[in-house]
Ligand binder design. Structure first.
Ligand code: CO
Length: 255
């Protein structure tokens, strides 16, 4: 009977390496956890929150399920959400899906014979509603990736509509909900629009149906850093007689 001894061996090697590099590592880990981020992601084995964020254990509180779906009757995710906000005092909620998601691919297929198809129903229904528009994307990979993005936007709206988050915003807790997508092909995260920070911002959001018809181009973190760096330059006041670029301020598309 396989006992997976190799995993225990790897565990011992890992714990020894950690202690060798940082003798206090496990003493710190044994203290109370104080993560700053809640990660709601896909169960996909390639998208592990700590790794892609470059964070140590203890820094991100994680909930994962197939296709990072927020079912508003799911006691699991609601408990995680409440615990994260009320007890861990987390203020950043990151809904992060990924390109090439097998769950979303399943939702776009005609296979409807397993429990997972019940789980994926919100995506299936959204796809059916906009099928003519989405099927007009001829490349199946591009269509899948588009649906992966739409799914994240939908789940951001669902998190923002839970009574847990609504109550937190009413109490003026600075909760921010971020919708991101991860590229398994390049290891980079992209933001799908600015974070949602209040009831007013949530209510001002375009409907998910409108988003299907008018997508945002994802903004990689690298591009965002570039935009922020250049934003400082746009505030530069040219001196009198400074005629570079005819004195026009450098203009960049905002996020
Ligand atoms: Co996935």
């Amino acid at each position: 009977m396989p006992m997976l001894d190799h995993l225990f061996d790897r565990n011992v090697a890992w714990a020894q390496a950690k202690t060798r590099d940082d003798p206090d590592y496990f003493r710190r880990m044994a203290e109370v956890q104080s993560p700053q981020y809640l990660w709601i992601g896909c169960s996909d084995s390639r998208v592990t929150a700590n790794d892609v964020l470059g964070l140590d254990p203890g820094q991100v509180f994680v909930h994962r399920n197939i296709a990072n779906i927020v079912h508003t009757s799911d006691m699991n995710i609601l408990s995680v959400l409440e615990f994260a906000i009320e007890h861990l005092h987390i203020r950043h909620i990151i809904v992060c899906g990924h390109y090439g998601c097998g769950g979303i691919e399943r939702a776009l297929s005609d296979e409807k014979s397993a429990l997972v198809d019940h789980w994926l129903q919100p995506i299936v229904m959204l796809y059916r509603k906009h099928r003519a528009h989405l099927d007009a994307i001829a490349d199946p990979v591009a269509r899948l990736d588009r649906m992966c993005e739409i799914n994240i936007e939908l789940q951001v709206r669902r998190i923002a509509s839970t009574p847990i988050v609504e109550q937190a915003w009413l109490r003026e807790l600075p909760i921010m909900i971020h919708g991101w997508i991860y590229g398994v092909h390049d290891g980079l995260m992209r933001a799908l629009g600015p974070p949602v920070r209040s009831l007013a911002e949530r209510d001002a959001m375009a409907s998910i149906d409108a988003r299907v018809l008018d997508p945002v181009e994802p903004e990689s973190m690298i591009r965002r850093h570039a935009i922020e760096a250049f934003a400082e330059i746009t505030s530069f006041e040219p001196a009198e007689g400074f005629d570079c670029c005819d004195g026009h301020a450098l203009k960049l598309e905002g996020p």
